[in-house]
Design a protein around this ligand. Sequence first.
Ligand code: GAF
Length: 396
Amino acid sequence: MSTRPQGTAPPPRLAEDAFRSVHGREPHGVWSAPGRVNLIGEHTDYNDGLVLPFALPNRIAAAAAPRDDQLLTFATLGADGRVQRAEPVLTGDLRPGHPSGWSAYLAGVAWVLREHGVTGGADLVVAGDVPTGAGLSSSAALECAVALALLGIAGRDEPDRARRAEIARWAQRAENEFVGVPTGVLDQTASMCCVAGHALFLDVRSGEAEHVPFDTDGSGLRVLVIDTRVKHTLGESQYGDRRRDTRRAAESLGLASLRDIDVDRLPDALRSLPEDLRPLVRHVVTENTRVLEVVARLRQGRADEIGPLLNSSHDSLRDDYRVSCAELDLAVELAGQAGALGARMTGGGFGGSAIALVRHRHLRDVEQAVTAGFERAGLRRPRLFTVVPSAGAGRD
Ligand code: GAF
């Protein structure tokens, strides 16, 4: 169920052992947070819209202990089993851009938490099995694990539901303002707030959330992740472009956000927009309605009927929002031809992963078809693995 090679210890154990070997003492505790796939509701979060992610079994763990001084130290256990350390930094010296590189994701969280009364020094050692660069939210998992660890060693464990959503916002701020990546709040909220066996139906505008049962195994279904292992470099700038253009569209319609467009009024709204913005708006508005339709089916235990909605979501992201790429389109097409009930890209796009909803008995066929199709196309072999909706972040 995970991408962890057989025989490797789970991330919390790895982080704990690595902490001992780096610092020669016990950590105060270990906290971990999952990556996510988004079942549907893509590029809607920063438009105040609806999303439906679930947490992966794959997690990033942070082992931590307080220090007597104001220093923050960072170490990470690589896939090769080697520990990499970053330059320590005084909590008072944290500022966007300092430090940079991988430790910025950890330092950024400490920078935000300073404003919330967490000011002490800490030793942090992280380890995990969320594939990086695969659109599965390894950064959000890292931020959320570190947030819980720093809060935990400050004696502020066991956040309730409202506090979890707030911590997700803090983690998002770390990514936006410290690391400098302009993401929405989908990934961090999924990591903090999901529960096992359920997808998280989140209304970003109101902040209301509902845990919707999504028992894949019990329904004879599997969610197959197809990590294309490509990441197109234009992705980050195009993500920013989409954010800016959808904001511009809302402003030109005199609305607070695109969420304020009712699907029945969509044709009117489109007519009054400049031509280049129309497909973007069409995607966001129709995607919100697809989320509602998927949620309605899941509430009725009809998960096997959501396939066509996943397919439409992909078509809309490919043709209207233009955030897919040839590798993702191929993965979706091959999965569909081999019997998947539905498939779509998941996450920001421009590479990364697709998901396919597959009846258990068709899983092998779909896996083989995707692998063979990528080989025929001369592409790198994709990484395939099934996932089940898993637990959100917490203390291990
Ligand atoms: C990325 C972002 F981080 C999310 O906030 C969201 O916008 C997603 O792309 C697209 O739905 O994962």
